[in-house]
Design a protein around this ligand. Sequence first.
Ligand code: MN
Length: 261
Amino acid sequence: MHIVITNDDGIDAPGIHALAKAARRFGKVTVIAPDQNRSVSGHGKAIGRPLRLDPRDFPEADAAWATDGSPSDCAAFAGLGFTDEPVDILLSGINPTPNLGSDLTYSGTVMAAMEGSLWGVPAAAFSIDCARMNQNLIDFSAIEELLPIVIKQLTAFKEFWNPVLNVNIPALPWKEIRGIKLTHCGRRTYKDVLVRNKDPFGRPYYWFGGDPPESIPDEGTDGKALADGYVSITPIHQDLTEYHLLKLMETQEWRKDPENE
Ligand code: MN
């Protein structure tokens, strides 16, 4: 099996090394990752400029490349034949903060997995619930036990169109994790504020920021499972349609030119 691994935190982040180490027992591992932190870059791609790929030493992989592109660019390299060997699975992460509910479109980690699936590569994104902890102090060891389970399921459903699994892991050793819950995306409340200030030259600048978002703990959601000490696994796809609203809207009249009809 050939597994490509990417992330949005950059090729030197501890999480991608932990993921590659866990993946290697399943076959050949190629790392293609951004050369620096590209968190919260969503599904951004490089258009209108060339990309570079530089070989890197990466003890946990068979080959590794760093690029000045985005996480989704890395996934596109995997899906569009940069590696001579076909890619069986794309894994993204491990992100040091959770990616839940409405976070997903912000997330470079999750959107890289989505990009992989666009090119027919089954993909999973991994995040661990360690907001604001020093990344070097995070215990990523649960991935060793969890990855075989996720890969087995990804393989089982690979005939399904574009499987993408969004996996969130509690910041606990494997034996303290209560289990695995299959979930749907929940709601998040964001605490960003607009900060206005002046730079040393007197020019105004603006900065969005604040406390980390919080999950509304509705039953069956990713945020509730994670808060309860479970691994949350959500199957996701590209279809952003709001089906409930679509159904309601279809009961209304939508005439192009109501005045003249
Ligand atoms: Mn990140």
